[in-house]
Ligand binder design. Structure first.
Ligand SMILES: Cc1cc2nc3c(=O)[nH]c(=O)nc-3n(C[C@H](O)[C@H](O)[C@H](O)COP(=O)(O)OP(=O)(O)OC[C@H]3O[C@@H](n4cnc5c(N)ncnc54)[C@H](O)[C@@H]3O)c2cc1C
Length: 290
């Protein structure tokens, strides 16, 4: 497997700037995120405070960011990272589409306002999971519940249903899909809490109660402490120093995920600092290995 110098998670201003700076410094870069820029850029009505781009519509600014990255030869891998594990001198990234390795990682995944359900964290890895395609093989002949937040999750339900006996699919978006066969779709119910009962996962909603062998929660964003086990947090944010270092050697964070103010220019600036710090870390690593 190819080992990249730097893996960057997130294609908002922080992640794009980090990837551009890493490219300028001649490092091999894996940038993972959505194909377009972040929704927080493309959906902004009018932006007035980004240096050099006065009074620009969000979608135009998103295009300018992406064009810049493309011009620098940054390729975006359209995928979602489920977990990052420190392996000592490198990191293993577990994604929906496959696994990757990198010598250092920059987390630029933005902020999520979503709170975990009661019982979610306590049962994570013991009945609750965030990646149906990763765990599908374990569900042969079993039942599973999927709580999904986007129509883009529907192929994941289909994949799981090829293995599982029954999949209960609870869309939390305006569902207009055509999932069928052994996928039972229930719309209009909101999950409230999760508990394990005699080895079965029980999802309590504001309507029905669902019971299955496991529950998959497919949110766009994953809480940082779940994304990277062992990360030191500062409230809801990843704790970093001025060089964007986290408590994990070789892992850096930037943008909204490190705290307020939530601003494009702050995110991009931190992306630049994180990339330079990663480059310096890689240089030291190389020296120590020679
Ligand atoms: C409507 C609106 C208007 C705004 N207007 C302004 C303004 O005028 N001026 C200003 O300075 N700021 C403004 N902001 C704030 C600004 O949008 C944010 O501060 C900025 O986008 C933060 O950049 P970021 O790169 O840290 O995170 P984001 O832009 O949130 O990007 C994070 C990216 O990471 C991706 N991601 C998350 N998890 C994963 C994962 N596990 N795997 C792969 N990818 C992942 C997300 O999909 C997202 O694309 C506005 C925000 C909003 C919502």
């Amino acid at each position: 497997m190819e080992r990249y110098d730097i893996a960057v998670i997130g294609t908002g201003p922080a992640g794009l700037e980090a990837a551009i700076t890493a490219k300028v410094r001649n490092k091999s870069v894996l940038l993972i995120g959505g194909k377009g820029s972040s929704d927080k850029v493309s959906k902004a009505h009018m932006v007035q405070n980004y240096l050099g781009l006065p009074n620009i519509a969000g979608d135009e600014m998103a295009k300018a960011f992406l064009d810049h990255a493309k011009e620098m030869g940054v390729e975006i891998t359209e995928d979602k990272v489920n977990a990052v594990y420190s392996m000592g001198s490198y990191f293993a990234l577990q994604c929906h589409g496959g696994d990757y390795e990198a010598s250092s990682v920059i987390v630029a995944a933005g902020m999520t306002a979503m709170k975990p359900f009661d019982g979610e964290m306590e049962n994570l890895g013991r009945g609750v999971s965030y990646c149906a395609t990763c765990d599908a093989a374990l569900y042969k002949g079993k039942t599973a519940i999927i709580v999904a937040y986007s129509a883009e999750d529907e192929p994941e339900a289909e994949f799981l249903a090829e293995r599982a006996d029954t999949v209960y699919y609870l869309p939390q978006y305006a569902y207009s899909g055509s999932l069928g066969n052994n996928i039972k779709v229930t719309t209009g119910v909101k999950p409230v809490s999760i508990q394990m009962n005699d080895g079965k996962a029980v999802l309590n909603t504001d309507g029905e109660i669902f019971t299955a062998d496991g529950i998959f929660i497919l949110r766009e964003q994953i809480a940082p402490s779940q994304l990277v086990p062992g990360l030191t947090m500062d409230g809801n944010h990843i704790a970093v120093d001025r060089s964007m270092k986290t408590n994990i050697k070789g892992l850096f964070a930037c943008g909204d995920i490190t705290g307020a103010p939530y601003q494009y220019i702050k995110a991009a600036g931190e992306g630049n600092v994180a990339a330079l710090s990663a480059v310096s870390y890689l240089n030291d690593l190389k020296k120590s290995q020679n």
